[in-house]
Design a protein around this ligand. Structure first.
Ligand code: GLU
Length: 523
C-alpha cells in the first residue's frame, strides 16, 4: 500500500469547533497509526469571510490540543505552499486545462441573468441551479465574447446522464444520479479565484492525499469531486465520511446544546487531554472496556474499521467525567499552572463564551478568588488587610491544590474554592451555620468543641484528626456531618470548600480559631 497521506483542510472563516477538531483528530490519529503524514492545509479561498484571527485560532487550538502536523500551515513541506491563496495560479492553470479538454466551459451569464433564472425556478418550484445556457455556445460565440472582454466564469461540464459511483470507507458504495449533481458548478470565478471544489481537488491531487476523511455534510459534494477527478484524468483518493455528531436530542450538535467552540471549552475549564480523549470516541471505538487513552495510545489503537456508522451523541456529562479524571491525574505543579488563569481571571479565562449557552458563566477571576495577577506575572492577594506577600499567595495556592484536586470537575471551580484563604469571609448568617438536624444551641456546642479539634489537628495525622472529629460528634450525640458542617461554614464561609481538615491546616490555627469565635458570637 502506498503511503497514507491525510489532511485537515479548514476554511478560516470561523473559530475551531468540536466538529472540526474531531476531523483533525481522526486524520491525525489515522496518519500516526499508519506511519503516514498528516497535512494541514488552509482553504482560504473565500476571501469575504476570511479573517486572520481564525488562522491564529486554528494554530492556537491545534497547539493546545497537542495535534501536531507534518506538512503545511506554518511548517511548509515538499508539496507546498499549503495555503490556497498562495496557489491561485495553479488552480487557474488547471481550470483552463479542463476547458481545453472539453470538460469545462466559459460562462458569460451575468448576475442579472442568473437572478432571473433563480426567480423563475423558485416561482415554479424547480430545483435551483444554472440552466447550462453557455454550455452550448459555439467556439465562435465564445471567442467573440472573450475578444469583447466580457467577464466570465469557468464551469464544469457535469455529465447530464448516467450515474457516478464511489465507495466510501464507512458507508460503502454510493451511487448518485448525474442529473442530481449540481448543474455545472463554477470552478473559477470571474475574478480568477477558484471555488472550494476546484482548489480542493487540485490540492488533494498534487499533495498526494491518499484518504479524504471529512464530515458527512460533504457527501453531496463527493459525486461532483469524483467527476472532477475523472475530467482531469486523475485517480481519486479514498473517501471516508465521518459519522455525524449530534446533541442529546438527535439533532446535529450546535450552540443550542452547549459549548461547541473550542475556545469556549477552554474558557469553561476543560483540559485538552479530556477533550482529545472524549472527541476521539465520537464515532470510533477502541478497546473493549477501556475508557481513558493518551494521545499516543489513541494513535496506536485507531483503526478505520472501528468507525461507527451510527451518529455519535455528544454527551456533556461524559466529557465532564473525563475532565474530572484528567484533573485528578495532574501533578500539583500542573494543577497550579492550569488553574491559575481561572483563579486570576487571565489567559483562557478571558476567552469568549457564547451568551446563549444554557450553562451559566463560570465564576472566575479575582472577584471570586480574591487573587489577581500582578504585572510581574505573580499572583497577589487583592485584600491588602490579609497581609500576604506574593510568595505567601503562591505557597498557599500550592498547599490548596491537592485539597481541591479531588473536587474539581472544571478548572474554573478552583477560583471559588480557594477564596476563603484570601479574604476574611463574612460570618455566615445563623440559618446557614445551623444544620437542619440540630438547633442553634447544639451548633454553639459544636463550635465550642471545634476549638480543641482545630488545635489538635495540627499535631495529629489525617486519620487521627478524622477519628477525633468522629469521637467529638459522638460525644455530642450528633452525626459527623452535623459536626463538620458548622465548622466548615465558620472557617471557610462556604458549603463548597475543599476538605475541611486540610483547609484548616492551610489556613492556620490562629485564623481558623478566630473565625470560629466570630461564628460563636453570632449564635
Ligand atoms: N475547507 C473545507 C472545510 O472547511 C474542507 C472540506 C474537505 O475536507 O474537503 O470543511
Amino acid at each position: 500500500m502506498s503511503e497514507v497521506r491525510v489532511r485537515y483542510a479548514p476554511s478560516p472563516t470561523g473559530m475551531q469547533h468540536i466538529g472540526g477538531v474531531r476531523t483533525a483528530l481522526f486524520n491525525y490519529l489515522f496518519a500516526r497509526s499508519q506511519n503516514g503524514k498528516f497535512i494541514l492545509r488552509l482553504e482560504d479561498t473565500d476571501r469575504t469571510r476570511y479573517d486572520e484571527k481564525y488562522v491564529q485560532n486554528l494554530y492556537d487550538t491545534m497547539a493546545w490540543l497537542g495535534i501536531d502536523w507534518d506538512e503545511g500551515g506554518s511548517k511548509g513541506g515538499e508539496y507546498g505552499p499549503y495555503v490556497q491563496s498562495e496557489r491561485f495560479e495553479l488552480y487557474k492553470k488547471y481550470a483552463y486545462e479542463l476547458v481545453e479538454k472539453g470538460e469545462a466551459y466559459y460562462c458569460f451569464c451575468d448576475a442579472e441573468r442568473l437572478d432571473r433564472i433563480r426567480k423563475i425556478q423558485t416561482e415554479n418550484k424547480m430545483a435551483p441551479g444554472y440552466d447550462r445556457n453557455c454550455r452550448h455556445l459555439t467556439p465562435e460565440e465564445v471567442k467573440a465574447n472573450l475578444d469583447a472582454g466580457k467577464p466570465y466564469v469557468i464551469r464544469l461540464k457535469v455529465p447530464m446522464e448516467g450515474e457516478t459511483k464511489f465507495s466510501d470507507h464507512l458507508l460503502g458504495d454510493i451511487v448518485w444520479k448525474n442529473e442530481d449533481i449540481s448543474p455545472d458548478p463554477v470552478l473559477l470565478k470571474s475574478d480568477g479565484f477558484p471555488t472550494y471544489h476546484l482548489a480542493n481537488i487540485v490540492d488533494d491531487h498534487f499533495m498526494k492525499i491518499s484518504h479524504v476523511m471529512r464530515a458527512q455534510e460533504w457527501i453531496p459534494s463527493t459525486p461532483l469531486h469524483v467527476q472532477m477527478y475523472r475530467a482531469f484524468g486523475w485517480e481519486h483518493p479514498e473517501f471516508c465520511h465521518l459519522p455525524m455528531v449530534n446533541g442529546s436530542d438527535g439533532k446535529k450538535l450546535s450552540k443550542r446544546h452547549g459549548s461547541t467552540s473550542l475556545n469556549e471549552f477552554r474558557a469553561r475549564g476543560y483540559l485538552p487531554q479530556a477533550i482529545v480523549n472524549y472527541v476521539a470516541m465520537l464515532g470510533c471505538s477502541y478497546e473493549e472496556g477501556k475508557e481513558f487513552y493518551t494521545m499516543e495510545e489513541l494513535a496506536k489503537a485507531f483503526k478505520l474499521e472501528h468507525l461507527n456508522k451510527a451518529p455519535a451523541v455528544f454527551d456533556y456529562k461524559k466529557l465532564e467525567y473525563f475532565n474530572a479524571n484528567y484533573i485528578r491525574q495532574l501533578s500539583t505543579e500542573e494543577l497550579y499552572k492550569w488553574t491559575l488563569p481561572f483563579i486570576t481571571g487571565t489567559g483562557d479565562a478571558t476567552l469568549e463564551i457564547n451568551p446563549e449557552n444554557p450553562q451559566p458563566k463560570p465564576n472566575v477571576g479575582p472577584e471570586f478568588s480574591g487573587v489577581a495577577l500582578g504585572e510581574d506575572g505573580k499572583p497577589y492577594c487583592v485584600d491588602k488587610s490579609m497581609n500576604m506577600s506574593s510568595e505567601d499567595v503562591e505557597k498557599t495556592l500550592m498547599g490548596l491544590m491537592p485539597l481541591i484536586q479531588e473536587r474539581l470537575k472544571f478548572l474554573t471551580e478552583a477560583a471559588e474554592m480557594v477564596h476563603f484563604m484570601f479574604t476574611e469571609p463574612a460570618v455566615p448568617p445563623v440559618e446557614q451555620l445551623v444544620p437542619k438536624k440540630i438547633d442553634a444551641a447544639k451548633t454553639k456546642e459544636v463550635l465550642e468543641a471545634a476549638k480543641d479539634f482545630v488545635h489538635q489537628c495540627f499535631s495529629l495525622d489525617h486519620e487521627g484528626a478524622e477519628a477525633l472529629a468522629k469521637s467529638k460528634a459522638e460525644a455530642l450525640g450528633i452525626k459527623l456531618g452535623d459536626f463538620m458542617m458548622p465548622i466548615r461554614m465558620a472557617v471557610t464561609g462556604s458549603r463548597v470548600s475543599p476538605p475541611l481538615i486540610g483547609s484548616i491546616l492551610v489556613l492556620g490555627e490562629e485564623k481558623s480559631l478566630a473565625r470560629i469565635e466570630k461564628a460563636i458570637a453570632t449564635l
